[in-house]
Design a binder for this molecule. Structure first.
Ligand SMILES: Cc1cc2nc3c(=O)[nH]c(=O)nc-3n(C[C@H](O)[C@H](O)[C@H](O)COP(=O)(O)OP(=O)(O)OC[C@H]3O[C@@H](n4cnc5c(N)ncnc54)[C@H](O)[C@@H]3O)c2cc1C
Length: 509
């Protein structure tokens, strides 16, 4: 989206993508029809100044399109920008970014490099880090990255064998994995576990009940009370969604302690209600639970170990004593007997005489990496180590200012989930598109005067900027050519509905 926005402004860019997902990213590179958007088509346009752009393509504004179709839509926008000659794609990993004579030099894995005036980090959600409870011996039966090739292979294998599968985390990643397993024909039991067992709620029609910023109280506790009261009056969907246009300002109005309190205590509730799933997906999940194929468990992992070609998982269910790994293996480890374990909670059940909590595969569905300082992305790692970027005060993203400029570095921006600490609600398309447009404006305002000045002095311009210098043009309908003042684009947010449960408590992190 940013490359296309820059191209609109006549700025040439190089787009480096190293995951084989050019123009799609992680979310929209899935080829599974079961993976549908969790935002209605009417809110998924890539262009903030043309909000119906995607809905016109689907012909069903209120529907939830397949994510692969949205991926194709994004790719077509990128292809147009590439065809304009203003975007050069490079299929390679960026492994380092360093300052060099006032420019950025980006090193590529294949040994090449790119020099640019401005650098934007848009590397998205980082894969989760391995859970503490999982031993190295878990090997390939523990799938840490649910979006990688290993996960797809494990889904196929589990479908073929019908083995039991444990999903750690009960948010949108869990939903995706359940849908993948079901679509692949898996008929075994699936256990989905998180500390609270909260799963995403479903979208439904409701009457909107917008509020003005001035009607909202200050402070986390007061806001929470307001939300509860308002939910009683207008319904929780209307109450939650009425906060969307104000979410950035509300987040930034909280103290650091309040933001931390929100992440620790309120986030699971917020995520489940705010980031809702399509009604058809919710129906499928309900059917699977009713049919005994999916158990949602509130609890925590005590230990995981390898047992004869499977993973044995000890689970402490919320409010219950420790469930032994296997009645046969540890008959005296708990007063609880197998027959005492209530099935309604979805506790591990004896299966084929193999004992409790025996799973063919365990998937980490706790969502993207929570602590940016632990990212293993080579370029980001190096930039963090070199002090070119630094974690925000919550440690969940990078520190950026109100224009998404990285703190302390010249001509460096960050986009999307990397800027969660500043904006919180900035992980889905309806927010990111506004941010991309604002960053494109900001980059244009910084680079274009320099280009003009250099032209006037007949200087030798770097090729990217020579080609990128646009003729003066009229603003497109609804488009802003001048840089926006701080936080301005946050006022134009549109609803978005995605997020991931990232339960840092699940394994004691
Ligand atoms: C499973 C899932 C489903 C989602 N569903 C929805 C939805 O229905 N609606 C919605 O609005 N939002 C949804 N989202 C959220 C949202 O779409 C993402 O947060 C958003 O796509 C992030 O965009 P991005 O461009 O910042 O990152 P991404 O789309 O993740 O793109 C980052 C790209 O950078 C590449 N990359 C990373 N590091 C490097 C490097 N060092 N060198 C080169 N390339 C690199 C990656 O390969 C990737 O292609 C979903 C997210 C996920 C994970």
């Amino acid at each position: 989206m940013l490359a296309a926005q820059l191209a609109r402004r006549g700025i040439t860019s190089v787009l480096i993508e190293g995951g084989g997902r050019l123009g799609h990213g992680i979310a929209f590179s899935t080829d599974e029809p079961a993976h549908v958007l969790n935002v209605r088509s009417e809110s998924m346009s890539a262009w903030p100044d043309d909000p119906d752009h995607f809905a016109r393509e689907t012909g069903d504004p209120r529907g939830f399109a397949q994510r692969r179709h949205f991926g194709r839509y994004l790719r077509s926008i990128l292809d147009e920008a590439i065809a304009s000659g203003r975007v050069e794609p490079i299929a390679d990993m960026a492994v380092a970014a360093v300052r060099e004579a006032g420019d950025w030099r980006i090193d590529l894995e294949d040994g090449g490099g790119v020099v640019a005036r401005a650098l934007v980090l848009a590397i998205g959600n980082q894969p989760p880090e391995p859970l503490n409870a999982v031993p190295a011996a878990a090997g390939e039966r523990f799938i840490n990255n649910p979006w990688g090739g290993g996960a797809r292979a494990a889904v196929r294998e589990a479908a073929a064998s019908g083995g039991e599968v444990l999903l750690i985390g009960t948010g949108l990643t869990m939903i995706d994995t359940v849908l993948s397993l079901a679509a692949a024909g898996h008929r075994g039991r699936i256990v989905a576990l998180s500390r609270r067992g909260q799963i995403p709620k479903a979208h439904a029609e409701f009457a909107a009940a917008p509020v003005e910023a001035g009607e909202l109280p200050e402070g986390l506790l007061e806001l929470w009370r307001w939300l509860r009261r308002r939910s009683g009056e207008v319904g929780w969907r209307a109450a939650v969604d009425s906060l969307r246009p104000h979410s950035h300002a509300l987040w930034q109005g909280l103290s650091l302690a309040e933001q931390r309190r929100f992440l620790r205590h309120a986030r699971p509730w917020w995520d489940a209600h705010r980031h809702r799933i399509a009604p058809e997906v919710a129906r499928q999940i309900v059917d699977m639970v009713a049919g005994g194929r999916l158990d949602i468990v509130a609890g925590r992992i005590v230990g995981i170990r390898e047992i004869e070609g499977a993973l044995g998982v000890e689970i402490r269910r919320r409010g219950w004593p420790l469930t032994p790994l296997s009645c046969a293996e540890s008959p005296s480890s708990s007063a609880l007997r197998c027959s005492d374990v209530p099935q309604t909670f979805g506790a591990p059940r004896p299966s084929g005489g193999e004992g409790l909590g025996r799973f063919e595969f365990v998937f980490n569905c706790t969502g993207p990496l929570g602590a940016i300082g632990r990212s293993r992305d080579p370029m980001l790692r190096r930039m963090l180590d070199d002090g070119l970027v630094r974690p925000d005060r919550l440690g969940i993203g990078l520190e950026v200012d109100g224009r998404s400029r990285a703190a302390g570095a010249a001509n460096l921006w960050a986009l999307g989930p990397l800027t969660k600490g500043r904006y919180w609600e900035i992980v889905a398309v309806p927010d990111i598109r506004g941010q991309a447009a604002a960053v494109a404006d900001d980059i244009a305002s910084l680079l274009q005067p320099a280009v003009r000045a250099m032209r006037e002095h007949k200087s030798n311009l770097p090729p990217d900027l020579v080609e990128g210098e646009p003729p003066a043009r009229e603003a497109l309908p609804g488009e802003t050519l001048n840089p926006l003042p701080e936080k301005d684009y946050t006022q134009k947010q549109q609803p978005f509905c995605d997020g991931e449960e990232n339960d840092p408590e699940i394994d004691g992190r």
